[in-house]
Design a protein around this ligand. Structure first.
Ligand code: HEC
Length: 224
């Protein structure tokens, strides 16, 4: 009896849920087709779907920054060594090191970030990357005019820089978020890195300073 009643209740619940979702989907379709009905919709599909690209960039950046912090805090910090130096709070007998492939270590947070970005950007018009005026890795140099201007501005202001740009006839919304020296380890590792010392002998990072930035390019011409 109870089982029957609850199953009745369940089917009514199911019917209502299905009805609700059908209505929600219908409303979504209506919203998208109305917003995109102007003929020139192809130039701003992200805006047409209702979320401005600058907000999308903020969300995406939040996820990237959170993943990097979680990896640093809950993986790298649990290891006993970081680039040859003993870590007092380490509990696992392993090392995070730039040459993780040659040794039996694990990647540094910036390398982990790049490995993810290479997978995500492969064959996709949506791209992201770490860049810096004082880059250790060649792939992280600001390359385009846009990246150079954005990086200079972020170095100066310490604030994100956001702008529309056109690359190869395609429109993008791009945002560069500052990557700051939030821990003593950021500063000491970069300032003593052999490539840094060779390339930028006069650049000594200080705590709180902008060390580079995360660039995010969102394509606007087509859904990626
Ligand atoms: C133990 C050394 C070490 C620590 C600690 C470290 N980095 Fe790095 N960082 C590197 C190396 C090595 C690279 C180049 C990685 C690659 O090849 O992709 C790099 C890359 C970067 C880049 C991209 C530009 C470049 O130099 O290639 C930025 C920006 C950056 N780190 C910022 C930081 C910040 C901010 C922190 C602290 C939260 C930090 N780093 C901590 C070693 C370190």
């Amino acid at each position: 009896m109870l089982a029957q009643r609850s199953s009745n209740w369940f089917s009514r619940f199911k019917a209502r849920t299905i009805a609700f979702f059908s209505m929600a989907i219908a409303v979504c379709f209506l919203a998208v087709s109305c917003a995109g009905g102007g003929g020139s919709s192809s130039s701003t599909p992200v805006a047409a779907a209702g979320i401005p690209p600058e907000i999308v960039a903020d969300y995406v950046h939040t996820v990237m920054a959170a993943d990097r912090t979680a990896y640093t805090k809950h993986v790298v910090n649990r290891l006993k060594k970081l680039e040859g130096k003993e870590k007092p709070d380490g509990v696992l007998d392993a090392e995070a090191t730039e040459s993780w492939q040659q040794t039996d270590g694990i990647p540094l947070p910036a390398q982990m970030f790049r490995l993810g970005s290479e997978i995500a950007s492969d064959g996709s018009p949506f791209t992201y990357n770490l860049i810096s005026t004082w880059n250790i890795n060649d792939n992280h140099a600001p390359k385009t005019e846009f990246e150079k201007k954005a990086m200079d501005t972020v170095n100066e202001t310490g604030e994100p820089y956001k702008e529309y740009q056109e690359v190869g006839g395609k429109k993008y919304f791009s945002a560069l978020y500052p990557d700051k020296a939030v821990a003593e380890a950021c500063v000491s590792c970069h300032n003593t890195h052999p490539i840094h010392l060779e390339r930028f002998p006069d650049k000594v990072f200080e705590m709180g300073e902008v060390m580079g930035g995360v660039i995010i390019n969102i394509p606007l011409d087509e859904a990626a």
